[in-house]
Design a protein around this ligand. Structure first.
Ligand SMILES: Cc1cc2nc3c(=O)[nH]c(=O)nc-3n(C[C@H](O)[C@H](O)[C@H](O)COP(=O)(O)OP(=O)(O)OC[C@H]3O[C@@H](n4cnc5c(N)ncnc54)[C@H](O)[C@@H]3O)c2cc1C
Length: 373
């Protein structure tokens, strides 16, 4: 008998949500991460409707709202020549969006996983996978912070270990799609910045966003095609891009307190990897990645957790994950191409508007999928 039903590598949005859902079904779950509890990670953390819906369905949204995360009731698209504001219409139990800091959201999901009975180990770096005689994945090899080697066995090993997934690599997951577009992002946290919901700014060759979050701050990002990011004087680049792309946001940026620290994402093209194989599955960024300009990765990670957990319950076995692959393929095929085109910045503004409408429709398809799941 293996020690666990499921081992999950990576304890952030994808892994913690998967652990919570499977532990709630009574499975023996081990959730491991090489990092520490409650740390931040590179992300502008704006949730879309599907993500908020799932947090609400799982009873985790209260933790986000009780922490004072501001509700987002409007999204504004600024194209320079004109702007369009869209109210968040109440639907599927969602009447507002949220952009909780990852130090809050990831903790809330890990705490919920622990409350459901999952065993959690931080400071454990997975270095490889165990296989049985037939080649099936049957667990993990790893090292703790003191350097001690250990192994753990499970009927299913889930990679929720991000873009460089060791689970995907060691299991031999093939890459099914690779994108061509790739944007870089520089962001930081502003205080005293007046913002009315999510604000997205688009100009030919650049983008920006204002995302209200916890502690009275707003995450403000500037984006360019990855090959055009000038990292020489990052602060100057950031403020120049914001000036060019937002026009100063009607003077609001000048009145606000800029960030003391900037974070940079240098970009990488999107991909979709094989979702599962004998004894293993991938969720979140480990399995598929959309350019951050989509502000969609967390929602997709939570979606994967939901459809994998539902599929395992329905199948009643760890050997038939075909439904998981099919549901994930339906969701990702809707968003992948359109996000890739937006991330490539090869658009003029009329073309971008068409792409944004396509993205909105793709997100509705994904939402339908998770609400009916
Ligand atoms: C600049 C930027 C901005 C973004 N903005 C948004 C946004 O506004 N909205 C949105 O929805 N998404 C956004 N995203 C995407 C989002 O952050 C990711 O999709 C999300 O973090 C994926 O979560 P995950 O749990 O799959 O993986 P991750 O968050 O990458 O977590 C993986 C975990 O696995 C652990 N791990 C990795 N390897 C090992 C190992 N060998 N052993 C043990 N542990 C391991 C890591 O320590 C890590 O904790 C953004 C991304 C970037 C880069």
């Amino acid at each position: 008998m293996p020690d666990h039903d499921v081992i999950i590598v990576g304890a952030r949005v994808a892994g913690a949500a998967t652990a919570m859902l499977l532990a709630r079904q009574g499975l023996r779950v081990l959730l491991v991460d090489r990092d520490r509890y409650g740390t931040d990670t590179l992300s502008t953390h704006a949730l879309m409707r599907g993500g908020v819906f799932l947090l609400s369905r799982w009873g985790v949204l209260d933790r986000v709202t009780e922490a004072g995360t501001p509700p987002i009731r409007r999204t504004r698209f600024d194209f320079g020549t004109d702007a369009v504001s869209i109210d968040i219409k109440p639907a599927h139990d969602v009447d507002a969006l949220y952009a909780p800091r990852r130090t809050l959201l990831d903790r809330a999901l890990v705490d919920a996983a622990e409350a459901a009975g999952a065993e959690i180990r931080y400071g454990l770096s997975v270095t490889g996978l165990l296989r049985d005689g037939s080649g099936r994945i049957v667990g993990i090899r790893g090292r703790d912070r003191a350097g001690a080697a250990l192994t753990a066995r499970a009927r299913l090993t889930v990679g929720a270990d991000g873009t460089r997934s060791i689970v995907g690599r060691e299991a031999g997951a093939t890459t099914l799609r690779t994108g061509t577009g790739s944007g870089a992002i520089v962001y930081g946290y502003w205080s005293e910045l007046r913002a009315d919901g999510y604000e997205w700014f688009y100009r030919p060759g650049s983008s920006a966003g204002i995302i209200p979050t916890n502690d009275g701050e707003a995450c403000v990002f500037a984006g360019v095609p990855a090959h055009r990011l000038d990292r020489g004087d990052l602060r100057a680049t950031y403020h120049h891009l914001l000036a060019v792309t937002t026009g100063g946001a009607e003077g609001r940026l000048a009145q606000a307190r800029p960030p003391s620290r900037l974070r940079t994402w240098v970009g990488r093209p999107g991909y979709i990897r094989q979702s599962h194989g004998p004894g293993w599955a991938l969720v979140g960024d480990a399995g598929s990645f959309l350019d951050p300009l989509s502000t969609h990765g967390i929602t997709d990670a939570l979606r994967d957790a939901e459809i994998l957990a539902r599929c395992l319950t329905r199948a009643g076995t760890f050997d038939n994950l075909g439904d998981y692959a099919a549901a994930r393929a339906r969701a990702t095929s809707a968003t992948f191409d359109v996000v890739d085109r937006i991330a490539g910045y090869g658009w003029d503004l009329p073309q971008l508007r068409t792409r944004l409408l396509e993205l909105s429709s793709a997100m509705s398809t994904e939402l339908e999928l998770v609400t009916k799941c």
